[in-house]
Design a protein around this ligand. Structure first.
Ligand SMILES: N[C@@H](CCC(=O)N[C@@H](CS)C(=O)NCC(=O)O)C(=O)O
Length: 204
């Protein structure tokens, strides 16, 4: 498999999962602004929508959209129990969380990356919306279990970790949500996560 990625971007969730399961894989960095991969290929030939992640399978097929990529990896490496079985209520819960992460929490960070020059008023309103979404995610996390779905690490934890890590780049503190601070520390200590941060050039 080959993962098209950008350091620190949402593609890092799939990268974490590939490392969690020790899957043989290669990585190709994408300059999404220029629309070109490290190997000099036009990225629009891989994902016509121009964003990461994209996962190329051994048969040449390409999967895009983080929720789909993560569910594919979870199902493909089913022995690692990183995703509930398809068709179960637990799987539905996982899909609920992935949908919230991609269409609510992830999107709430977008203004900080796409319009970094926004004025103070817009920044305040974007920050308000973002902190509301962070609070909603905090409420989704169980109080007495380490991971989003309970006792087992899942693909949703990897995605949540990556998104919440962006607070470090935009100067928003997670301190008002101690459960999230602990969550980030817990996930950040996983060997696969440390390896991924290292490989993407983001290790502290
Ligand atoms: N709907 C897509 C959104 C993916 C997305 O927003 N990717 C960002 C990085 S997190 C990206 O590649 N943006 C283009 C850029 O940064 O230039 C998904 O869920 O996979």
């Amino acid at each position: 498999m080959k993962l098209y990625y950008k350091p620190g971007a949402c593609s890092m969730a799939a990268h974490i999962i590939l490392n969690e399961v020790s899957a043989p894989h290669s990585l190709e960095k994408v300059d999404t602004g220029a629309g070109i991969t490290d190997a000099g290929q036009a990225y629009s030939d891989i994902n016509p929508r121009g964003y990461v992640p994209a996962l190329r399978l051994e048969d040449g097929d390409v999967i895009t959209e983080n929720s789909a990529v993560l569910q594919f990896l979870g199902d493909h490496f089913a022995d690692h129990a990183l995703i509930p079985k398809a068709g179960t209520k637990e799987r539905l819960r996982l899909q609920e969380v992935l949908s919230f992460l991609s269409s609510e929490l992830h999107v709430a960070f977008s203004p900080f990356f796409t319009k970094p020059e926004m004025n103070e008023e817009r920044k305040q309103s974007a920050t308000q919306k973002l902190t509301r979404k962070i609070g909603e995610f905090d409420a989704l996390l169980p109080d007495a279990a380490p991971f989003i779905l309970g006792d087992g690490f899942s693909v949703a934890d990897a995605y949540a970790f990556v998104i919440l890590n962006w607070t470090n780049f935009i100067g928003v503190s997670l301190d008002p949500w101690p459960k999230l601070v602990e969550f980030q520390a817990r996930i950040g200590k996983r060997p696969a996560v440390m390896q991924t941060l290292q490989e993407e050039g983001l290790a502290a």
